[in-house]
Each structure stands twice: as structure tokens, then as C-alpha cells.
Design a protein. Sequence first.
Length: 355
Amino acid sequence: MKKFFIFTLLISLALPLYAASSPVILGYYPSWRTGYLPPADVQYKYFNYLTQAFFPTDAQGKMGNDAKFDNAAFVTAAHANGTKVLLSLGGGSNGKAFGEMAASDAARHRYLREVVDFAKQYNYDGVDIDWEFPKKGQEALLVQFVKELHGALQTWRKDAVITMAVPAAYWSGQYFDVPKLVPYINYWNVMSYDFHGSWGHAGFLSPLYPTSSDPVDGDKYNLQYSLNYWLQRGVPKANILMGIPAYGRAFATKAWGTKTDEKPPYNAITYRQILPLLDAGWEKHWDDEAKVPWIELPGTDYRISYENPHSVQLKAQWAKEQGIAGVFFWEISQDYLNGDNYLAREAWKTLKNKQ
């Protein structure tokens, strides 16, 4: 009991004191999509936080930045609408460089300095760490990097936020030293999607619950499984955001749980690209166990697993019932159409009790 009290006290001292009292919705904003979704058109009202992706690193600790992107305009617009903005560090293809940078004192200190200086310059509210993913032997490096980043941000502003993208399950999640990281992370963004894709058999992208329609692993991989995994590792419910994809994955097969060598016409396809398919002869289906939709093109083997407003509503309601902090979306240009975010809007309505 005494150890638990001390651990809880340490967390309360390390984390900012403004922990969300209402559900959180975070969105990843891809700065390379500004031609389609410029800062002026972002639907800020749906998001408590937007994370600007990505600010990569190299082995020498130099922080990359899109010189064409108007950081000041983005941050100013977000703040005017009550939305906090974070720098998303790393990215899906930046794991090796992240590890090399973190292993070098000189490179790590340079990177931390550049990150904090950039955040100060444009008045960002903190950072999102997207190290995909630490490998065996790098557990301590990640802790050291996060601890030093927290300290560097705290010297600038005490309310600076740190979020961190983490995998859906054990395979890569095992190399996160959760007890040592918890005191420094405001939100753990669990990437509860890409459970299936072109790399394996046909299955649902982001099922909410187990399903018998996928006999291979439909009874295992889903949002409930991912949440339970991170809770068992020691992440507090109040610090968990579960991920919702605004895109779909396509397969060329006649049944879930099977795999063929045939290539589907799409690999990843955005929600806004899926909508026209629904008017072009693709048939809608609903898996009532997994609580997700899918479509198929009659006369072919092509099928797509994706999210629609109803499945997002159910996920948001589930997040509410679980008592976790909220949800996040990858990424907010993918469901943006006709001046609105069709999927994020449903999460906002459900979590914020909007009509």
C-alpha cells in the first residue's frame, strides 16, 4: 500500500495538474496534406489536441521541418478555437534514426534543444513522441529520452503536454518500460488499427470486439484486447486514448481469415475515397460481433474493411463506458469532405454529448 501511494504521488508531481475532466479527442494533422486541408479549413471544434505530423530526426539529432508549412498560422488558428497543438516527433519510418539519436548524448541533447526551441518559437503546447518502435535493448534509451524531454519542456512551461504513440499489442509493446514512463506521459495513443492488412490474411482493420468471422485470430485482436493489454502493463485509464482509423484496408479474397496472391485495387484507402464506392456498386456489410462495416465489389474477390459513422459512434461510446481519456484519429484529412470531418464529428457528438 505504501509503495502504491508513493508511485501515485510521483505521477501527480510529474504530470501537469490540468488533467482532462471531460473526454479527449486528438487528431493527427498531416502537414504534407495542406493542399487538401489547409489550416484555415481544419474543423478545430472537434479536437482538444492536434498533433502536427511529422518532425523527423536523423542520427545526428537534427530535427526535420517542412519549411513550406506555415506553423504560426496553424498554431494561431488552433489556439483561437481552443485547441492545443503538439509537435509529432518521428513517424512510422523514423524508428532507426530515433534509436541512433537517443543512443548518442550529443545527438540527443541537440535534438531536445531544437525541439524545445521550435516549440517556443511558434508557441506549441507540447510534443507527441512517435518512435515506431523501440527494439529489445532500447527500453532504457526511451525512458532516458522521455525523461530528458519532459525536463527540457518543464523549464519552458509547466503545462507542456507529452503524448506518445504506442503499438496495439505485445509484439512491439513489450519494449516500453511502462512504470518508468508513466510519470512523464499525459496520453498514451494506442494505435488500435492495422490489425490486418496486405502483409497477412484478410481481417478487420480495427474491430471493436472479437469476431467469429475471422477464424485465424478474430477472437484475439481488437480494441478491447489492446486496452486490456496496456491496462495490464500499468497505464492508467485516465491517460489512454484509443486510435480510430479514418481509412480502410483492402483485400482480394472471398473470406475473412484467408489470403491470396492477388492484389486488390487498393491497399490503404481514405474514408473520403471509400464514400464514392458506396455509390458505384460496392455492397455494404456489417459484422455485428466486431461492430465494424465492410464492403465488397460483386463479381470480384475485393473487399475493404473500414470505419463508418456508426462504428465510430460505437467506439466512442465504448471509450466512455471504459472510463478512458478518449480517442484519437489517424489522420484528419482522410475523413474530411465537403467542409466537415465525417468520422471525427461522430466521436465529438458522442463523447461531448452533442446533438
